[in-house]
Design a protein around this ligand. Structure first.
Ligand SMILES: [Zn+2]
Length: 320
């Protein structure tokens, strides 16, 4: 897959150079800071702060799985034209290094996971023989898949994104700094309201039922911050790309029965077939949530705030 990107990357760099003349004219006539965000969720938070003062391109299409994204030529072009790229970080964007190389220029990248307390993958069952040895001498930055990249699933992490985004935009576009600061302050207070609302909602779930079983392990930060237990996942890992073994599925079914788990939560960016089978086998309800992507503007979760409210409502309804 990587080789394929590298191959068309060459052609794209030539194409981008040819287009850059008219592209630059558009920049000066509009006068807007050109910003790229990787996921729809990073994109929404950047949009809340940048407002109409920035020209924002979001790389991942609505409904796509961030673990399985393959950049297209238009993504290389967007990076080439950008003055700054905001990324989720924590190893989520596995496509990024190659994409930045193909863009053929140095572009400032802001890693929104920097400074957050990242969770490490702690599920021993996930460590197969081939990984046991290399896990011993893991160095920071080399084994991204050992970190939980789903930092956005807790608004307490997203609250930390806000000043990073505001300060970057204000530095690159000082003329609009006041606007960015005002937007950031307003959005921060919405996130504070969301956080308090989640605490109230979770309090409605009896303590023994505060257990999460999901399609892959993406609720680590949410569980840690709001007092739930992430009991297990259909795909026992941080990426949707892994395949569970028959033993892992059987163990999860046992755990679901042992803990009387009321529901299995399945996301909008994966094939739900396995989760469906598990729900049928255990007689447990299958509940739909939004995971790796927001929805289009006319959907249930077009913004991060709507996404979190939708998911928390679905979880509380299923578990209480
Ligand atoms: Zn994920």
């Amino acid at each position: 897959m990587l080789r394929k990107i590298g191959y068309f990357g060459l052609a794209v760099v030539v194409m981008v150079s040819a287009l850059s003349g008219c592209r630059r004219q558009a920049t000066t006539s509009e006068g807007k800071l050109k910003v790229v965000a990787t996921t729809t969720i990073v994109g929404d938070v950047v949009r809340q702060i940048g407002g109409d003062a920035i020209e924002l391109t979001v790389l991942l299409p609505v409904g796509s799985d961030p673990h399985a994204f393959s950049p297209a030529p238009r993504d290389v072009a967007a990076i080439s034209a950008a003055e700054v790229v905001f990324i989720n970080g924590a190893g989520l964007e596995e496509f990024l290094t190659e994409l930045l190389e193909n863009a053929g220029k140095q572009v400032e990248t802001v890693d929104l996971s920097e400074g957050l307390t990242l969770l490490e993958f702690a599920d021993a069952a996930h460590e197969d023989e081939s990984h046991e040895g290399e896990h011993e001498d893991t160095h920071e930055g080399e084994h991204h898949h050992d970190m939980d990249p789903h930092v956005w699933i807790s608004p307490r992490n997203v609250q930390r994104w806000v000043p990073a985004i505001e300060q970057t935009l204000s530095r690159l576009d000082a003329a609009n700094a006041k606007k960015y600061q005002a937007n950031a302050a307003a959005y921060q207070s919405e996130l504070t309201t969301l956080d308090a609302w989640i605490v109230e909602q979770i309090a409605q779930i009896p303590e023994t039922r505060r257990v999460l079983v999901t399609d892959h392990q993406l609720f680590g930060y949410f569980a840690a911050h709001y007092g739930l237990e992430q009991l297990g996942a259909v795909v026992p890992g941080y990426s949707t790309l892994a395949q569970p073994s028959a033993q892992e599925l059987a163990a999860l079914e046992d755990a679901i029965r042992a803990y009387n788990v009321p529901a299995i939560l399945v996301g909008n960016t994966v094939n739900p077939a396995l989760a469906q089978r598990l729900a049928e086998d255990t007689g447990v309800q299958l509940v739909f949530i939004y995971t790796g992507s927001l929805t289009a503007a006319d959907g249930d979760a077009p913004t991060y705030l709507a996404y979190m409210r939708y998911n928390v409502n679905a979880i509380v309804t299923a578990l209480k």
